[in-house]
Design a protein around this ligand. Structure first.
Ligand code: GCU
Length: 443
């Protein structure tokens, strides 16, 4: 038996999900983190089906017209911040096309997205693989990546990102905060390009640092400054968007591109994100109903995991180590999660009635797998309003037993990561919900 103390680990031990090292840029955290189920205090979740004025929501139309907009506003005000209204439309410049990529199995495109429509404004680089031989536009997976587009596949023709990049534990991959040749394919296991293409899906990705470099002052070089009249002198309001908001906005601009690419069936785009980018995918999917499926891979605190459950990472850790991710108001809830007018099950519910998938990993205790499962479970009643089955189970499944209908869930054996096993589940989930016709698959 463990001594109880042995499971109270110093908070500085939060593993970094993106594979770039430990969590905190700010060094050791002041408190201890709880990893003992028996020490999770009781908590009460806000009722997703009760409006702020006390009205019970018992039909889909009251959800869509009253409760959903109210919750969206509460998430803006208290957690992720408001995304500004940006009236300009992006424009696109095709940089290269290779119809014989991946040994002839796919067409690879590299596209510059001018985010405000102007070559003088902010831009991002989109990498797209489309399976060859499809008889109709194909559905796609879209996600932001951590290490630059060239890290996603072993493909020598992908342009290496020249933007600021976080350090990488693998020697030589990032030098002086820039990616090197050695970074090519370094995240290939997380993207499984061949598998995705082989299933008849396109894969689109963008380096998240194109939108905002991921450090406290990074916003000055990103879209939050570029889109503000005050530029790098902007003083953020307590409910102004944070980096997660900026990254999420970029995902919607990537979808703008996919909507006008004739090879893509943009009504069937599954958004995927891992870790901080899983938090981002959920927020993007909550705001932009064009995303047909949303997948949160190991997103943890500030993502799928319930904030009120005191296990693993807490709001205090997030706002200390990553002060730029959320709006300033979120800091109020460090140590006061019970005062949040929302909890993360309601973020998942904002995606209803669209399919959503939450995945955890057994060794990823920092992200609180049980808290992720319970959050998915608590979103279930909202799917029922639509006459749909959400999770369809009420007990956490054992490792490697995927469950769920409109809300998918699995607990993979292993570490905080995205693996071939995870992709197998996402492809099956997308096949099921997109009713992906065999005849639109490549030969
Ligand atoms: C840290 C952070 C997590 C986050 C993860 C990531 O571990 O504490 O909240 O999900 O980094 O790499 O994105």
């Amino acid at each position: 038996m463990f001594c109880r103390r042995a499971v109270l680990i110093l908070m500085s031990g939060g593993l970094c999900a993106c594979g770039f090292g430990r969590a905190g840029q700010a060094g050791a955290q002041p408190k201890v983190s709880n990893y003992d189920e028996a020490r999770v205090p009781k908590y009460e979740l806000p009722d997703a089906l009760l409006t702020q004025s006390g009205q019970r929501v018992s039909d889909a139309s009251t959800w869509q017209n009253v409760r959903r907009p109210e919750l969206l506003r509460l998430f803006e005000e208290n957690e992720y911040g408001r995304t500004p209204d940006i009236s300009t439309r992006p424009t696109f410049k095709l940089r290269s096309t290779d119809p014989q990529a991946l040994n002839g199995r796919a067409t690879r495109k590299q596209v510059t997205v001018y985010l405000t429509g102007s070559p003088d404004g902010p831009s991002m680089e989109l990498l797209l693989y489309v399976p060859n031989g499809a008889s109709a536009p194909v559905p796609a997976f879209l996600g932001l990546n951590f290490g630059g587009n060239q890290a996603v596949a072993n493909d020598p023709d992908i342009a290496i990102s020249d933007r600021w990049m976080r350090k990488n534990p693998k020697a030589g991959v990032v030098v002086d905060n820039r990616a090197t040749e050695a970074s090519r394919g370094s995240a290939a296991s997380r993207w499984q390009v061949e598998k995705v293409i082989g299933h008849g899906y396109a894969l689109a990705t963008v380096y998240y640092g194109d939108l905002e470099p991921d450090f406290a002052e990074g916003w000055k070089q990103g879209v939050r400054a570029a889109l503000s009249p005050q530029g790098a002198s902007t003083v953020f309001a307590p409910d102004a968007w944070g980096a997660i908001g900026a990254w999420a906005w970029g995902l919607s601009r990537a979808l703008d591109y996919l909507e006008q690419d004739p090879g893509i069936d943009a009504r069937h785009v599954a958004l995927i994100g891992h870790s901080r980018l899983g938090k981002t995918a959920l927020w993007a999917g909550a705001q932009d109903p064009r995303f047909a499926i949303v997948i949160s891979n190991d997103s943890g605190e500030g993502g799928a995991a319930l904030a009120r459950r005191q296990f693993g990472e807490r709001i205090e850790n997030l706002v200390t180590s990553f002060p730029h991710w959320f709006c300033l108001n979120y800091r109020r809830y460090a140590g006061h999660e019970d005062q949040l007018p929302i909890d993360q099950h309601e973020l998942i519910a904002l995606i209803a009635p669209r399919p959503v998938y939450v995945a955890s990993a057994t060794e990823d205790r920092w992200a609180d797998p049980r808290g992720e499962f319970l959050s998915a479970l608590a979103a279930d009643p909202v799917y029922r309003l639509f006459g749909l089955v959400g999770l369809g189970v009420d007990q956490m499944p054992p490792p490697d037993h995927p469950v769920g209908d409109l809300i998918g869930y699995h607990l993979r054996t292993g570490k905080h990561d995205v693996t071939a096993y995870d992709w197998d589940q996402y492809l099956r989930f997308a096949d099921r919900h997109f009713k992906h016709a065999a005849d639109s698959k490549p030969d």
